[in-house]
Design a protein around this ligand. Sequence first.
Ligand code: BES
Ligand code: MN
Ligand code: MN
Length: 458
Amino acid sequence: MQQLQPYLEQNKERFLNELLDLLRIPSISADAQYAPDVNRAAQFVAAQLKNAGADKVEVMPTKGYPVVYGEKIIDAKLPTVLVYGHYDVQPADPLDLWNSPPFEPVVKDGNIYARGACDDKGQMYMHVKAFEMMMKNNALPCNVKFMIEGEEEVGSVNLETFAIANKEKIKADVILISDTSMISNDVPSITTGLRGLSYVEVEVTGPNRDLHSGVYGGAVANPINILCDMIASLHDKDRRVTIPGFYDNVDEVSKEERDAMANAPFNLNDYKAHLDINDVLGEKGYSTLERVSIRPTLDVNGIWGGYTGQGAKTVLPSKAYAKISMRLVPNQKSEAIMQLFEAHFKKIAPASVKVKVMPHHGGEAAVTPTDSIAYKAASKAMETTFGKTPIPLRTGGSIPIVTMFEKVLGIKSVLFGFGLDSDAIHSPNEKYGLFNYYKGIETLPYFYQNFAEMSKES
Ligand code: BES
Ligand code: MN
Ligand code: MN
């Protein structure tokens, strides 16, 4: 795939400009106000797939946002790679913390700054451009299909139905996904595990209306005080989650894998400096890398209620709310954990308040094999372009469709991400390195070549 290098050099500027055009579309799936933009992003991806040389390009409707499909079948006897990615992005707020507007991408100091630059427009678009390079140079060594969705950031709720209805169409030997990160630009890694997720919203109600905090305070339960007590009780002094049964099905990781994690290059001081914290905090007995990958967690994502406007208003509020997420590890079931949470949360509520628990989306954890042809093909591809063998490493984020695809399609995935944890995905000033964008485009064709060759040998 060395022969593609001149093409990449000649087209670098255009490859970047096309991505910047895609980044200008505010395709925020969580906010209905942006629906026309989300659909516009789907059309953009479809048009670019067609330009790159894909056949049967379609914007396929679902009950939510459409899935963009395209394929190039060169020979039915050859193996098929199914590329998955997403064209939707997270909301951009808080807007005032951005150094430049989130949907007016800027290239500065070797980085592209925009919402979606890394997650996942930049990483997804590398695949479109790598495909174009192989097509225009007659170098595509196997079949490829694209399935780019628009609801990943809101839980991919319609994708299972889509996958079942289109099982034949999206049939493939492996799913290739670039939607994760590497350790650093000098130390490539391949993600081999993702956490699952249970997400709930809770509502605590005290008195039937907001009260004068002097007239009633001290005698009537304040739902915010109570909610804080309840949330605080969800961790013990060792920072373990106190919900009975929470750890029951947790897969303990082998000593070999823990040793390998301990040897992965990770500098705690750099980590703390990068986040401006004096110390880390987490479950006793586990390292920072372990806490964010092989251990389940519980976090409050948002909490509100009462008076938050200017000045002081003496009020004992009627209601308090919180959004709580639990990250899960293999063998924990998101539905069962949701139920454990609900039962426990209701149980610990004092009689002075009423509690409602409303489940949001969930998803299962995933582990991907390192002994598959596809993993080896990815590893060898990175070895060629980075000059180093990538380290297999689990990560803490969630891509629930990985386990869903395995269940309904019987296809395993390779998590071939080129981002960095410092890319600030979901945060203000999200970025993606030009190095990472071009390195991904350069590396992906080697994956195809290795995968086609190694499949032949086996
Ligand atoms: N691309 C991320 C997941 C990710 C990021 C995995 C970095 C590993 C490293 C994905 O877009 C995402 O944000 N997933 C959500 C879950 C989803 C159900 C909303 C998450 O992890 O919060
Ligand atoms: Mn993503
Ligand atoms: Mn995301």
